[in-house]
Design a binder for this molecule. Structure first.
Ligand code: FRU
Length: 384
């Protein structure tokens, strides 16, 4: 197949971004978000570039000439396709929701879908993906546990001419067909700005924040932390006085929050990088005998399930959370376009997010039919 100058320019853009990221030490979504707007490369023969009506979200990086390496042919037409889903950890509620959405959308599209659960173990996820490669699946969807340890294996599948869609947590290069996820820097920044205003409205100076971070090698943890630090700059009285990793898990957040609450007499805000950790912080504050009515608990995910963030806001535990879309439906929609119509997707699609606090929690709950929302049945527009 022929390479043309636009293709080379697009490849050059990607390479330049990767170099820029390495130099600045930023995680991929942050670096790419700062990239200039670029246009789609002309598609290689056998492929057709996406059209804007196919995009549910915002195009951050345009289409390359092909979603596969240039030596690959477009996928063969088949009666039945098998999609593989490599999930970082099925035990977390948000990931269960993602799997349910993928399963329902795959069924509707007429695809078979097979799942693997890495149980938060990078080595297990590498071998899960290797197994899928050996089995010869038609397309891989993957939500990596951590970026660096999964990058080579994900690149390997893509280089074997199997389309790869990366969801929610990016890897350290763009050796895949596309990435779909929300902007975690923006979410963190919104959380920080909410805290800055809340502290000001309460007249808290200083206003002390304790942070519970996600798994360090997962880009959303860095991005949610960096964005939050940006957001609280709106109010110089806000200070992060303690920060610990709890790896996204409620059971790890309880002892981590407990230790930080006992070491610091005045804590006004507990920021969890996800709702389960914010709930863990609430439990810790409760058992440490704190006045819960005076503390703001901040989370991210906003699931419409009985133990999800929307109910927690309605019940007065989490003070503010953010709907973090899973991208499950969008991943299957793009899989279908890639496999059955040979459409070149954008290299990166950003999904929207929204905030939930007591002022809108009931409305959001009604919109998503919480607490009994059937994640699998939700439309893409109403999919958190
Ligand atoms: C689940 C989870 C979510 C979070 C996302 C970030 O593993 O921790 O709660 O929003 O991953 O990647």
């Amino acid at each position: 197949m022929r390479k043309n100058s636009t293709t080379l320019a697009a490849i050059g853009l990607t390479a330049a971004l990767i170099v820029a990221m390495a130099v600045q030490g930023t995680s991929l979504p942050t670096a790419l978000a700062q990239s200039p707007e670029a246009t789609n490369a002309p598609a290689l023969s056998g492929w057709t570039t996406f059209s804007p009506d196919m995009v549910d979200g915002k195009v951050i990086l345009p289409a390359l000439a092909s979603p596969l390496p240039e030596n690959c042919q477009p996928p063969a037409m088949k009666d039945k396709y098998t999609i593989a889903m490599s999930q970082a950890n099925k035990a977390e509620p948000w990931r269960t929701a993602m799997n349910q959405q993928l399963e329902a959308a795959a069924k509707e599209a007429g695809f078979d879908i097979v799942f693997a659960d890495a149980a938060q173990d990078n080595a297990k996820q590498v071998s899960d993906i290797e197994n899928f490669l050996t089995q010869g699946v038609d397309l891989l969807v993957v939500s990596p546990n951590e970026a660096a340890p999964l990058t080579d294996e994900i690149n390997k599948v893509w280089k074997a001419c199997i389309p790869v869609i990366v969801l929610d947590r990016n890897i350290t290069n763009t050796g895949y067909s596309m990435f779909i996820g929300a902007n975690n820097v923006s979410i963190g920044k919104s959380a920080g700005q909410y805290v800055a205003k809340w502290c000001k409205d309460k007249g808290l100076a200083p206003c002390n924040v304790v942070e519970l971070r996600g798994l360090e090698g997962a880009p959303p943890a860095k991005d949610r932390g960096d964005g939050f630090r940006e957001g609280i700059k709106d109010n110089p009285d806000v200070t992060i006085i303690a920060s610990q990793n709890a790896d996204w898990l409620r059971e790890k957040a309880v002892p981590a929050a407990d230790a930080m609450l006992r070491a610091n007499e005045k804590v006004d805000v507990l920021y969890g990088h996800n709702d389960p950790m914010a709930e863990g912080a609430y439990l810790a504050a409760q058992s440490a005998g704190k006045d819960l009515s005076k503390i703001l608990f901040v989370g991210i995910d906003g699931l419409p399930t009985p133990d999800g963030g929307i109910e927690s806001v309605l019940q007065g535990r989490i003070g503010v959370t953010f709907v973090y879309p899973t991208g499950g439906k969008q991943a299957i929609a793009w899989a279908k376009l890639i496999l059955t119509q040979h459409i070149v997707p954008p290299l990166w699609v950003e999904l929207p997010f929204s905030s939930i606090d007591p002022s809108n929690a009931q409305d959001v709950c009604n919109q998503y039919a919480c607490p009994d929302a059937k994640m699998a049945e939700m439309t893409p527009e109403a999919t958190p």
